[in-house]
Design a protein around this ligand. Structure first.
Ligand SMILES: Nc1ncnc2c1ncn2[C@@H]1O[C@H](COP(=O)(O)OP(=O)(O)O)[C@@H](O)[C@H]1O
Ligand SMILES: Cc1ncc(COP(=O)(O)O)c(N)n1
Ligand SMILES: [Mg+2]
Length: 479
C-alpha cells in the first residue's frame, strides 16, 4: 500500500489502559466513524497469540473502512496478518533491517526526535516519521522531548511526511500549525475520552483546518532556457521537481537550441534579470540557488549584487562555457567577471574538465591533474570544487575538493551518447539536496547516483546528443 500525505491527518494509536468498559473493537469503530485517517495497534505487554488475535480483528475493521492499519514494533505480527505497515522506534530494530525484511510494498514508519535521526530514517527507507514528544505525555514518560524549532527543522530536512506525537490535545494542537507536519498522532486525546466519536470528530475538523497547507524546500535556478528541454532551466526544474523541491527560476537568456546545437541566443537585459531576482527573493525565499549559463558581464554583476543583497545560501555555480553539442555559451571577457564576482560567493563550483582547465590555467590529462586543478581553483576562490569527470577517458569519476580535503565520487561510465544537460542536471540535483538540508558530501553523493540513474534509462530522442529521462524514478512503469 502506498501512503498518501492525507492519510496522516489524524493518526489514532490504540491503548488498552483506556478501555473503560468498551472493547478495543468498539472503541476503534467509534474512532473511525469520528474520522481517524490511519490506525496503529500498539501493545506493549501482550503475548504473541493474543496480540495476533487482536491485530487480526482490528485490521478487519480498518480494512472495511479503507483505513491503513499499522502494527507497532512487532514485525512478525505485521507480516503474519499482512498489515499495511509497521512502525518502529529508535530503540527497536534498525529501519534499514526492517525495510529489508518487509520489502517495498509495506509502509514503514519510524519514530525520530532529532534532525539526524530523521534524515537517517528517510535514507533507510522510512515512508513517514512520527516525531515527538512535542508535549509532555502520560503514555510515554521517558520520551525525548522535541521543541517546536526542532520539529520544524525536521520537517524541512526530510521529504517524507511527518506526524507530530506526544501529549497532543484538542486544546494545545494549534501551536503546531506552521511546523510543516501533515497531521497529529494521538492516543489519549481519542481513546481516553468519554465520547470517542465526538472527540475524534473535533480533532479531525481542527486538523483539517490546521494542516491542509504544506511547506516544501525551495531551490532557485538562474540559468538559460533550452528550447529542446534537456538542459538549462528546463533540466533544472525537472530535476528539482523530482527531488521533491519546489523550483523557481530567473532566466538569463533564451536559447533556440536542440540536440544538434544552439541556433541563437536572446539574452535577458540586466534590468529584467534584476526584476526577476527581486520578485523571487522578496517572496518565496529559496533554500538553495543554482547558477548555470550566464553569458555576459552585466548579467554577472546583477546576479552577484542580488545574491549579496538577499544573503543567498547554498549557492551552486556551474560555470557553463560550452554546451555538450559544442556551442559557446559565454563571452570571453565574462569568464574573468565570473571568477571575480560569482566564484567567491559559491558554496560549490562544478566545472567539467575543459572548464576546470580554463579556470585553473593548467591542462588536465590525468586524475593527478584533476587533483591539481581542483586545488588551484578551490584555494583561489575559497569555495568547494567538484571537478566532473564526464569528459575523462576512463570512468566518470568526479572529484570534490572541500575544506582542504579530497573525495572521489566514483561512477561507472555509461555507454550512452545522450548526455545533453548532464552538467545542468547534476548541479541542480546538488542544489536540491542542499535545499533539503543535506550536507555537501551527501548532496554530491546522491546527485551522482541520480545522474547515473537518469543516464542509465537510455532515453534516445533527437538527432544529436539527446537528453536524459529526468523522471526515471517517477515513471518507472514506462520503462
Ligand atoms: N557517460 C557517462 N556515464 C556516467 N556518468 C557520466 C557520463 N557522462 C557524464 N557523466 C556524469 O555526469 C555529470 C556531468 O558531468 P560532465 O559531463 O563532465 O559535465 P558537463 O555536462 O558540464 O560537461 C558528472 O557527474 C559525470 O561524471
Ligand atoms: C541554456 C543552456 N544552459 C546550459 C547548457 C549546457 O548543457 P550541458 O549540461 O550539457 O553542459 C545548455 N546546453 N543550454
Ligand atoms: Mg555534459
Amino acid at each position: 500500500m502506498k501512503l498518501d500525505k492525507k492519510d496522516l491527518l489524524l493518526y489514532a494509536i490504540t491503548d488498552r489502559s483506556w478501555l473503560n468498559g468498551m472493547t478495543m473493537e468498539e472503541q476503534l469503530k467509534e474512532a473511525i466513524t469520528g474520522g481517524a485517517t490511519i490506525v496503529q495497534i500498539r501493545e506493549k505487554n501482550m503475548n504473541y497469540s493474543d496480540f495476533l488475535e487482536e491485530a487480526k480483528s482490528l485490521y478487519k475493521i480498518c480494512k472495511s473502512s479503507n483505513i491503513p492499519f499499522i502494527v507497532n514494533d512487532n514485525i512478525d505480527i505485521a507480516r503474519e496478518i499482512n498489515a499495511d505497515g509497521i512502525h518502529v522506534g529508535q530503540e527497536d530494530m534498525d529501519a534499514k533491517d526492517v525495510r529489508a525484511i518487509i520489502g517495498d510494498k509495506m509502509i514503514l514508519g519510524v519514530s525520530a526526535s532529532t534532525v539526524e535521526e530523521a534524515i537517517k530514517a528517510e535514507k533507510n527507507g522510512a515512508d513517514y516519521l512520527g516525531v515527538g514528544a512535542v508535549f509532555s505525555t502520560s503514555t510515554k514518560k521517558d520520551a525525548d522531548s522535541v521543541s517546536y524549532e526542532e520539529l520544524k527543522k525536521i520537517c524541512d530536512a526530510v521529504s517524507i511526511p511527518v506526524v507530530a506525537i506526544g501529549g497532543i490535545t484538542y486544546d494545545n494542537m494549534d501551536v503546531l500549525k506552521d511546523s510543516g507536519i501533515c497531521g497529529i498522532s494521538v492516543i489519549s486525546a481519542i481513546f481516553a475520552q468519554n465520547d470517542i466519536r465526538k472527540a475524534t470528530e473535533n480533532l479531525k475538523n481542527k486538523s483539517e483546518k490546521l494542516f491542509k497547507y504544506h511547506k516544501m524546500p525551495v531551490a532557485l535556478t538562474i540559468a538559460g532556457s533550452d528550447s529542446s528541454g534537456g538542459a538549462g532551466i528546463q533540466a533544472d526544474i525537472k530535476t528539482m521537481t523530482v527531488h521533491g523541491v519546489f523550483a523557481e527560476s530567473a532566466i538569463t537568456a533564451l536559447t533556440a537550441q536542440n540536440t544538434t546545437g544552439v541556433m541563437s541566443v536572446f539574452e535577458s537585459s540586466p534590468e529584467f534579470l534584476s526584476e526577476q531576482l527581486d520578485s523571487v527573493f522578496s517572496d518565496i525565499y529559496p533554500n538553495a540557488v543554482k547558477i548555470g549559463m550566464v553569458s555576459s558581464c552585466n548579467l554577472i554583476h546583477v546576479i552577484s549584487e542580488k545574491l549579496r543583497e538577499y544573503n543567498a545560501k547554498n549557492i551552486v555555480v556551474d560555470p557553463v562555457m560550452i554546451s555538450t553539442s559544442g556551442s559557446r555559451l559565454i563571452e570571453e571577457d565574462a569568464i574573468k567577471t565570473l571568477k571575480e564576482e560569482l566564484f567567491p560567493l559559491a558554496s560549490v563550483l562544478t566545472p567539467n574538465i575543459p572548464e576546470a582547465e580554463v579556470i585553473s590555467g593548467i591542462e588536465i590529462k590525468s586524475t593527478e591533474d584533476m587533483i591539481k586543478a581542483s586545488k588551484i581553483i578551490g584555494d583561489n576562490f575559497k569555495c568547494a570544487v567538484l571537478c566532473k569527470g564526464g569528459h575523462s577517458i576512463n570512468d566518470a569519476n568526479d572529484l570534490l575538493y572541500s575544506n582542504g580535503e579530497f573525495r572521489w565520487f566514483y561512477g561507472k561510465r555509461i555507454e550512452n551518447n545522450n548526455t545533453h544537460g548532464t552538467g545542468c542536471t547534476l548541479s541542480s540535483a546538488i542544489a536540491s539536496n542542499l535545499a533539503k538540508g543535506k550536507n555537501l558530501e551527501m548532496s554530491v553523493l546522491e546527485a551522482k547516483n541520480y545522474i547515473s540513474g537518469a543516464l542509465s534509462y537510455m532515453l534516445d530522442l533527437g538527432k544529436g546528443s539527446g537528453p536524459m529521462n529526468h523522471a526515471f524514478s517517477v515513471h518507472g512503469e514506462y520503462k
